[in-house]
Structures are given as structure tokens and as C-alpha cells.
Design a protein around this ligand. Structure first.
Ligand SMILES: NC(=O)c1ccc[n+]([C@@H]2O[C@H](COP(=O)([O-])OP(=O)(O)OC[C@H]3O[C@@H](n4cnc5c(N)ncnc54)[C@H](OP(=O)(O)O)[C@@H]3O)[C@@H](O)[C@H]2O)c1
Length: 322
């Protein structure tokens, strides 16, 4: 599958990147979202992604306060990857901080990344900072002009916030590369809330997080509802409606159709889920599935080897409107 341009920057990336929240370790809040894995497992996951052709990685300060960044860098080095050979995206955590902390913490990001550059630096959330969005974007623009980061992105921004971010950066002569938001077959809000249309108009790439809805769109809970009890605590809490018997009954027809389509291609339900994300919206959207096992990363990467037809995408669209 062809690479896609990150916004209007000169950065080309594969339609699938690897989400690295799974490398957050046990040090902070991210541990309640994931099944923490050790360095050896993280190394195998990264290697499987690379072997499958994935050429970029998404991490964040919030994923273990540097743990995920360090684990990613160590895994890339173990795989013989040198800085500049892959694209690395990370994020600044805004909660309780002023925009000045963007400048203050870039050294930490680079140190944790152990020589890998910050190709994309993102504001993790539009809320929680003690400074307004314009001040945060201006600090990002200054980092870019100082050569410390290669491009600027945001995450969880609404259409209105996206427009504001774009305008503030444009005044600084900087382009807004991306907005990282939740997009999957059960979460198609971007189609209704203006985020997709605004991103297309402004030339901003949408980076789809949780493309598997945290594992729900793999069909594993439909096959074995008891598994929900062992899901990470925050996934269980936020997904309690979807994971309930009634919720699973509602999505069973969708999972059934995904299984049927997957069987025809010789791929899994999860690969159909991710393929829908990267084909439904054309080049505007790329996806960052997370993986705690090498097999999951290999499956995610292999999603780039086939394309659902318009008819299959249409069928899944209908069944996902529940
Ligand atoms: N910007 C933001 O606010 C934000 C928010 C959330 C996530 N993210 C980013 O997006 C990435 C992905 O999101 P996510 O981890 O929330 O959700 P996801 O990609 O929808 O789900 C990942 C989980 O699904 C399971 N899985 C993956 N491949 C599988 C396969 N082939 N078969 C069976 N199960 C499979 C694994 O669960 P187990 O580990 O339990 O096996 C894996 O940890 C994160 O790593 C992070 O980089 C960003």
C-alpha cells in the first residue's frame, strides 16, 4: 500500500503506524488502559511491525512518563534501526501545565527517545492546560523553528479547535500536520462533528487511535464474553455498555459480517476493522493500532496488503450504525 503524506508536510508515512501506549509500563495512569509488557516483548512487537512494513510509531509523555518513549527507542535500536530511518511521533501532556512546559520538556522527550528525533510533536488534549490553545501552538511553532521537532500536531481537537490551531500556526508560518482522534467502526463521530470535513479542507491528516475499539473489534469478547472480566480496568469501565451482554448482542451482526468478509480474504476480524479505517476515508486518515503481542503487530501491518471493496465498506457502514 502506498505511503501517505502527513498533512502538507514533507513526511511520508505508511497507512498503519504502531501505537505504543502498550509500552507505558506500570508507572502511571496508562497502566489501567493496557496490559503492561516488558522490554523484551516491546522489542518483539516493534520488530514484528517493522517486518510487516510499518514505518512510524506513536508514543507520548503520558504513556509512563517517558517509559513508552524509552522502550520504543530501545526496541528500534535492537532491531538495527537508526535515527531518521523511521518516523516517530510523541505528545506533550497539557494537564495542569502552562505552554512554557512545552519548551521546558522537549529535552526530556528527546532524552527518552535516545537519539531518535521528534518527527511529530502533538498536544495530547485541547483541555487541561493553564494556557490557551494559541499559546500552546505558538510554543510548538517556536520548537519547530528552532529545529527541535519536525512537525506539529494536536490530539482530541474538535473542528473549531482544529481551525483555531491551524490559524495560529499559519500566522507563524507553520503548517498543522495532524489531529489524533478516536476513529473505528463503532466510533464514527468525525463524520458528523465536522472534524473529518475540516481536516480535509485544511489538509490535516487524522491519526485514528483505538481502531480496534480497545480489542472489541477483534471479536474476542463476542466469542468469549467472560474475557471482558480480565480486560484492563479503564477499558472495562469506559466500555461497560459495549461489553455488556446487551452491547455484545448489538454488535454481533457487525462482527459476523466482518468475519465473513475476512474469511474471503484469509484475514482476521481485527484486520477487517483496521482496513476499514484506512480505506473508508481515503488518504486523509491513517491508523495506529496498539499491540501487546508480536502476532497482533504483524496482523496490523499485514492489513496494508489488501483493500476492502466499496461494497464491503458500504455493508460495514450500514451494520456499524447501531
Ligand atoms: N491520543 C489519544 O488520546 C489516544 C488515546 C488512546 C490511544 N491512543 C494511541 O492509539 C493506540 C491504539 O489505541 P488503543 O490501544 O486504545 O486501542 P486499539 O488499537 O483499538 O486496541 C489495541 C488492543 O487490542 C488488542 N489487539 C490488537 N490487535 C489484536 C489482534 N490482532 N487480535 C486480538 N486482539 C488484538 C490488544 O489487546 P490486549 O493487549 O489486551 O491483548 C491491544 O492492546 C495506542 O497505543 C496509543 O498510541 C491515543
Amino acid at each position: 500500500m502506498k505511503t501517505r503524506r502527513l498533512g502538507t508536510t514533507d513526511i511520508e508515512i505508511t497507512p498503519i503506524g504502531l501505537g505504543c501506549m502498550q509500552f507505558a509500563g506500570t508507572r502511571n495512569v496508562a497502566r489501567w488502559m493496557i496490559r503492561p509488557i516488558d522490554q523484551e516483548s516491546a522489542t518483539q512487537v516493534v520488530r514484528a511491525a517493522l517486518d510487516g512494513g510499518v514505518d512510524w510509531f506513536d508514543t507520548a509523555e503520558m504513556y509512563g512518563n517517558g517509559n513508552s518513549e524509552e522502550a520504543l527507542a530501545a526496541a528500534l535500536k535492537a532491531a538495527g534501526i537508526r535515527p531518521g530511518q523511521v518516523t516517530v511521533a510523541t505528545k506533550w501532556a497539557p494537564v495542569g501545565r502552562t505552554a512554557a512546559s512545552i519548551t521546558r520538556t522537549i529535552g526530556d522527550r528527546l532524552r527518552h527517545l535516545g537519539g531518535f528525533p521528534v518527527d511529530l510533536h502533538q498536544i495530547h488534549f485541547p483541555t487541561g492546560s493553564l494556557s490557551g490553545i494559541p499559546a500552546q501552538l505558538k510554543a510548538m511553532a517556536a520548537l519547530l523553528k528552532a529545529g527541535r521537532i519536525r512537525s506539529v500536531g494536536v490530539s482530541n481537537f474538535s473542528a473549531r479547535q482544529l481551525r483555531l490551531a491551524h490559524r495560529v500556526l499559519a500566522a507563524e508560518g507553520v503548517t498543522l500536520a495532524s489531529n489524533q482522534v478516536r476513529i473505528n467502526l463503532l466510533h464514527r463521530n468525525v463524520e458528523r462533528d465536522g472534524v473529518l470535513a475540516t481536516a480535509r479542507e485544511l489538509g490535516v491528516t487524522l491519526i485514528a487511535y483505538s481502531p480496534l475499539e480497545g480489542g472489541l473489534l477483534t471479536g474476542r469478547f463476542h466469542e468469549n464474553p467472560a474475557l471482558a472480566r480480565s480486560a484492563p480496568v479503564m477499558r472495562r469501565f469506559f466500555g461497560r455498555r459495549e461489553l455488556s451482554a446487551r452491547g455484545l448482542a448489538r454488535t454481533r451482526p457487525l462482527i459476523g459480517a466482518m468475519r465473513e468478509i475476512g474469511t474471503a480474504y484469509g484475514v482476521s476480524i481485527s484486520q477487517v476493522a483496521v482496513n476499514w479505517v484506512i480505506n473508508r476515508y481515503g488518504d486523509t486518515v491513517v491508523a495506529i493500532p496498539g499491540a501487546s503481542k508480536p502476532r497482533q503487530a504483524a496482523e496490523a501491518a499485514a492489513t496494508m496488503e489488501f483493500s476492502l471493496t466499496e461494497a464491503e465498506i458500504g455493508k460495514l457502514n450500514e451494520l456499524s450504525l447501531i
